[in-house]
Design a protein around this ligand. Structure first.
Ligand code: IMP
Length: 211
């Protein structure tokens, strides 16, 4: 994982040629976002759902491992390059939990009110004055059918607030206040939030390296 203040420039070995690229995600929001980003580069995104690809189990123990296994499986099954992402919230006082389990902390029903409460309860059980620092991480992995891989990581640092504030965004947005801003991601207009995100930062690196 990269340090707090650095954005590690990664030297890609392989460039992505114009043509079809599988977006290895069954999340319609992610697919739309990636489609918009890749549109100007002559890339034709095709979603995993359009190709009827199965959703692999996320058995990795890191964001990189999970993003890689999703991208590799999609590239292998489709015979096309494939892009996958894995992201989550890391709370420093909780040893970077929920991390790769961020979606799973919301339970079967994906209720993020429950997930945010769970984070808050865990923080409240720690000594008074414990730092509420947290960061979101996004890893984008790009795989080719021959097994070649490139990955890019983006991170945004902030503080957890309580109670949750704002009805915009998704997931943990209402409790995450990015450093240098007075609003939580949940209070921000999406146009203001998007360029600040871990996902946008990972994308910026991908674009610079492989496109
Ligand atoms: P993934 O689909 O396995 O990558 O799950 C990532 C989970 O992390 C999501 O379900 C959200 O709970 C959380 N997450 C990732 N990015 C964000 C964000 O930008 N805002 C709020 N929650 C996020």
């Amino acid at each position: 994982m990269i340090g707090e203040d650095e954005e590690m420039p990664r030297q890609a070995i392989r460039k992505l040629a114009p043509g079809k690229l599988v977006i290895a995600s069954h999340n319609a929001g992610k697919v739309r976002e990636i489609r918009e980003l890749l549109g100007p580069f002559g890339i034709e995104p095709v979603s995993a759902a359009e190709l009827d690809l199965p959703e692999p189990e996320e058995t990795g123990t890191t964001f990189v491992a999970n993003a890689e296994l999703k991208a590799l499986q999609a590239a292998d099954l489709s015979g096309l390059p494939a892009l996958a992402d894995d992201s989550g919230l890391c709370v420093e006082a909780l040893g970077d939990e929920p991390g790769i389990f961020s979606a799973r902390w919301a339970g079967e029903t994906r209720d993020f009110a429950i997930a945010m409460q769970r984070v808050e309860d865990r923080l409240a059980a720690l000594p008074e004055g414990t730092a509420r620092d947290a960061h979101f991480v996004c890893v984008l992995a790009l795989a080719w059918p021959d097994g070649h891989l490139e990955w890019f990581e983006g991170r945004v640092d902030g503080t957890l607030v309580w109670p949750p504030r704002g009805g915009n965004g998704f997931g943990y947005d209402p409790v995450f206040q990015p450093l240098g801003h007075a609003e939580t991601f949940g209070e921000m207009d999406p146009v203001a939030k998007t360029p600040l995100t871990h996902r946008a930062r990972a994308f910026a690196q991908l674009v610079e390296a492989v496109l």
